[in-house]
Ligand binder design. Structure first.
Ligand SMILES: *Cc1c(COP(=O)(O)O)cnc(C)c1O
Length: 388
């Protein structure tokens, strides 16, 4: 048996055929497939606009930019996330700060957010944007965060890199009912893939238009956007702002379009695997992922916590035992502010204690649609032996 990763893509013949068809077509970029993929994602999540880009990192950047994040502003996010959720603020010249996690969902804690906002208001340093992250596919308390945004006037970007296909209060994540913009990632370990790729969805047409400009050099070829010039000059496009080249290719969009047709079946398979872990691991001295009743997770990850007060074995011992058996568990995540780059900004150990406790206990065990029963049995057996 080859090594079992913690996550991987599921590519079938239809996915391959869709990409090959584009390779034989007239357009490898800036053709009809990117808009078709955007429209499919918008329809799937019930959002009005979708802007495809080459990664979720790019999507987070143009989302912050479109919301006006700049020098002097502060953006808040969760420490338990991939670094991109924080870096997007830095790209815009803003500073970043962190709100500790909820001990049950591991998502940004709304109680702590409320407390930190009250202090920030007194200090005159309220955040411009808050970026909740739907960790592992489980939705944050968006209604709670939205209520605070109305009181304190900040904007909301949902980092749903883990969460396409998931639901919050029975509605698809990405409908932006409680946020300004939602961002998805299509990296191969995520729920659906385009190789590399991302998407920003919104119900605000001005934000959508701005993000479209930002993803392609600030260039527009829409006549209404063009500045009037003498009639004998030929202008088929104009740069009307400063943007980037963050475009998604037609090949990527073709893969995405084929994959989104399989999204619900991927999420169903992930649920079956998660349920099996729930049952088979229930008696062990570990914490399995607790689910809030408002959330229908996409189960991007299955994090177990080796509780330091319950288990005789350490996180490191269990990690080593699984690695030795060719099971490539991973750790999601080291608190972002503990990264050397962030420590150099002045963040210190102990800043968010719940997050640091989580980091010392958590391991993501393999969960992906093509994980076989035999492979899952092996993970369960090795884990049980390691903990015994
Ligand atoms: C993967 C991920 C990103 C970045 O996604 P890319 O598409 O690789 O740029 C951002 N935020 C979170 C929470 C992620 O897991």
């Amino acid at each position: 048996m080859s090594a079992i990763p913690y996550g991987r893509q599921d590519i079938n013949q239809a996915d391959i055929d869709a990409v090959v068809e584009v390779l034989r077509s007239d357009f490898l970029t800036q053709g009809p497939v990117v808009p078709a993929f955007e429209s499919e994602v918008a329809t799937y999540c019930g959002a009005e606009h979708a802007v495809a880009v080459n990664s979720a990192t790019s999507a987070l950047h143009i989302a912050c930019f479109a919301l006006g994040v700049g020098r002097g502003d502060v953006v808040w996010t969760s420490p338990i996330t991939f670094v991109a959720s924080a870096n997007c603020a830095l790209y815009c010249g803003a500073t970043v700060d962190f709100v500790d996690i909820d001990p049950r969902t591991y998502n940004l804690s709304v109680e702590r957010l409320a407390g930190k906002l009250a202090l920030a208001e007194k200090a005159g340093k309220l955040p411009k944007v808050v970026i909740p992250v739907h960790l592992c596919g489980q939705a944050c308390d968006m209604a709670g965060i939205n209520a605070l945004s109305q009181r304190y006037g900040f904007k909301i970007i949902e980092d749903a890199s883990h969460a396409i296909g998931g639901k919050y209060k029975n509605e698809p994540i990405g409908n932006c009912r409680y946020s300004d913009i939602t961002v998805f990632s299509f990296h191969p370990v995520k729920i659906i893939t385009t190789g590399e790729g991302g998407m920003a969805v919104t119900n605000d047409s001005t934000l959508a238009k701005h993000m479209r400009l930002l993803r392609s050099h600030g260039i527009s070829s829409t006549p209404a956007d063009m500045h009037l010039r003498p009639a004998d000059e030929i202008w088929n496009y104009q740069q009307i702002g400063l943007g980037f080249n963050y475009r998604m290719t037609e090949l990527q969009a073709a893969l995405g379009l084929s994959q989104i047709g399989r999204l619900d079946s991927f999420v169903e398979k992930r649920h079956l695997i998660a349920q099996r872990y729930d049952n088979e691991l229930a008696d062990l001295p570990i914490e399995i992922p607790w689910q809030h009743s408002d959330s229908h997770s996409s189960y991007h990850l299955y994090p177990i916590r080796i509780k330091q007060d319950k288990s005789a074995k350490t996180q490191r011992q269990i990690y080593n035992a699984l690695q030795a058996a060719d099971i490539n568990v991973n750790l999601h995540y080291i608190p972002v502010y503990r990264q050397p780059y962030f420590e150099a900004m002045g963040f210190k150990a102990g800043y968010c204690q719940e997050s640091e406790q989580y980091h010392k206990e958590v391991l993501s065990i393999p969960l992906y649609p093509t994980l076989t029963v035999t492979e899952q049995d092996k993970v369960i057996r090795v884990l049980r032996e390691a903990i015994a």
